[in-house]
Write a protein that binds this ligand. Structure first.
Ligand SMILES: Nc1ncnc2c1ncn2[C@@H]1O[C@H](COP(=O)(O)OP(=O)(O)OP(=O)(O)O)[C@@H](O)[C@H]1O
Ligand SMILES: [Mg+2]
Length: 361
């Protein structure tokens, strides 16, 4: 009969320092146990790593992470958490520290300082336990020029014990028509989709995508976005680095803005707009009356002149739009056009750093 082991129970392979025998032990997280080597009998102790119950909700936690290169703090004491099942966007300009951070989480680079856990395991000691649960699309990804899409996926799939169904991946990535095409003959967007497909061959729980749409035309970018949205629907956690604010706005549940190695703002798009943005502005263009600015101010509206008869009025809640329109009508003000614009990530980045994200990249 099979014996049920509690979910919290950890299984570890250890090596006896005396006779080199490798054997398996089990125990609960955070517990010290006595161990005897089954071959030579050497007695010792083993401490199982503690798994914080709070971390059950988190795919990734990062605490006080730092990476120093000479005089440069490429990543400068950052902390954040990625919830299971969310798309987490790490947004920042060139050189902000995105790849350095993501590659430390992937255990490709060693942190100077800090702690990283993936699925509750401290990767310093236990990366091998989570390695099979992550998928990676590196920045500036390239694959074998002379393998077809299917051959490429077969090749990468064989590197893992745990394998997803290749046909399923090909369908999900919308690559069925191209499955027998050589990688070198694919378009940029198709190549990126192959990259995402490769990151899925081991059916990972967490997928790291480092700038998956850089260099793609708007149509190909949209296609990759739909793929990423589809991964989220299937319950995957996606860690996305990007310098496209529209990408973060469209895809992310949670956004961390990184600038010069530091996280300067973090939250959902709504959180970021509420905290750092100007809210919504009603723009009245080609207005024939300057007195209306004082009238609107007198009625409690935050109103700015933008020159050339253009006026902006802050809207706290949408019902106020009707009030403004009825004041314009009552005062017989004429104007050429009117539109409402909500703060976006570009404005937030500008407000926080003094630079435009699109110019900083
Ligand atoms: N191996 C290294 N040695 C020295 N400096 C490095 C090294 N790797 C990265 N850096 C520096 O660290 C900083 C952060 O680089 P990183 O590649 O993490 O930025 P990024 O946000 O991914 O930028 P991009 O959007 O251009 O990919 C940069 O100033 C870079 O020059
Ligand atoms: Mg990078």
């Amino acid at each position: 009969m099979f014996i049920y082991l509690d979910d919290a129970m950890l299984i570890k392979k250890i090596r006896c320092p005396k006779c080199n025998e490798i054997f398996t032990i089990t125990g609960d997280s955070g517990v010290n146990i006595k161990v005897n080597c089954p071959v030579c009998g050497l007695a010792g102790k083993f401490a199982f790593p503690a798994i914080n119950a709070k971390q059950d909700n988190f795919a990734i936690t990062v605490q006080n992470l730092k990476k120093i290169y000479g005089d440069l703090a490429a990543v400068d004491d950052i902390s954040f958490e990625v919830k299971k099942g969310e798309v987490f966007a790490f947004l920042g300009p060139n050189g902000a520290g995105k790849t350095t951070t993501v590659e430390m989480i992937e255990s490709i680079r060693q942190p100077t300082k800090g702690t990283i856990t993936i699925l509750g395991r401290d990767i310093k000691n236990s990366f091998n336990e989570v390695k099979s649960k992550i998928g990676i699309l590196p920045q500036e990804f390239h694959s074998f020029e002379r393998l077809t899409v299917r051959e490429t996926l077969d090749y990468f799939s064989k590197l893992y014990d745990r394998r997803a169904d290749i046909d399923d991946i090909i369908l999900t990535m919308d690559l069925k028509d191209k499955s027998n095409t050589l990688y070198k003959d694919l378009s940029g967007g198709q190549k990126q989709r192959v990259g995402v497909a490769i990151s899925l061959v081991n059916d990972p729980e967490i997928i790291f995508l480092d700038e998956p749409t850089t260099g793609l035309d708007p149509k190909a970018r949209r296609e990759v976005w739909e793929v990423i949205a589809g991964l989220r629907k299937r319950g995957k956690t996606v860690f996305l680095t990007t310098h496209y604010m529209e990408e973060a706005e469209y895809l992310a549940d949670h956004i961390a803005i990184i600038h010069k190695g530091k996280i300067i703002a973090e939250g959902s798009l709504e959180d970021l707009i509420n905290k750092h943005g100007k809210g919504s502005l009603l723009h009245i263009r080609g207005c024939n009356s300057y007195e209306i600015i004082d009238t609107l101010k007198g009625r409690g509206f935050e109103t700015y002149s933008q020159g050339n008869g253009n006026i902006s009025v802050k809207i706290e809640f949408k019902e106020r739009v009707l009030d403004i329109l009825s004041i314009l009508r009552h005062e017989c003000v004429e104007y050429s056009s009117i539109d409402i614009r909500r703060s976006n990530l570009e404005e937030i980045f500008l407000a926080l750093t003094g630079a435009r994200l699109s110019e900083a990249t």
